[in-house]
Design a protein around this ligand. Sequence first.
Ligand SMILES: O=C1O[C@H](COP(=O)(O)O)[C@@H](O)[C@H](O)[C@H]1O
Length: 233
Amino acid sequence: MPIFETLDDLSNSAADAFCKLATETIEQRGVFRVTLSGGSTPKRLYELLAKKDLPWDKIEFYWGDERNVTADHSDSNYRMVREALLSHLPQESLRAFPVPVDPDNPAASAEAYEKTLRETFAGQDTPTWDLALLGMGDDAHTASLFPETEAINETDRWFVENWVAKMETYRYTLTAPAINSARNKWFLIGGANKRQALASVRSQASDLPVALFPSRLVESPEWFITRDAVFEA
Ligand SMILES: O=C1O[C@H](COP(=O)(O)O)[C@@H](O)[C@H](O)[C@H]1O
């Protein structure tokens, strides 16, 4: 488990690893399909990727989770990725597939995205992402699979709306089977506010409600972690 001094170090390492994996995958399969995480942690990675020379017309971007807001809203995960990365890439070759959020109709929004994913991975039981980028909240949620919500038990659907009672809002999220099918699953975790949840996940021996989460849901993850998320200063 690589541990980095700063989020910038973590992001640089993840950017280099992303370029290597994308280049190798495109050589082998002609396309690189990545599902993105939102929130604050991956923003620096996306900014660094924007400066890389990659065959962007062969890289497809999808969203692993989204908030129930329109694309111009400051909470939108799509907006964050667009500002950090997509707006800096050649627009004519962009292959980005954001969640089509209608805040008044979460069920239809999730179904529409599920349809997009089923068309992309036609004939497959699960979506074989080349890379699933993931984060973790201080309550140990990953994507928008929050502890004690319905979506964490979903086994048939790939992408669902998920009512998060403590936030009184819907979120949209890939389900556990649709994350586990990824060939590579990278968790990017930074900040002292994640320390307790990360310790719980790593020890798998805590009685915290977040114990074993997200390791209960995500098989064979690779971790990119900052020092302050592990050790006290
Ligand atoms: O709400 C979300 O939270 C997690 C963690 O975000 P961070 O701001 O603590 O980095 C993120 O992975 C997820 O995609 C996002 O929607």
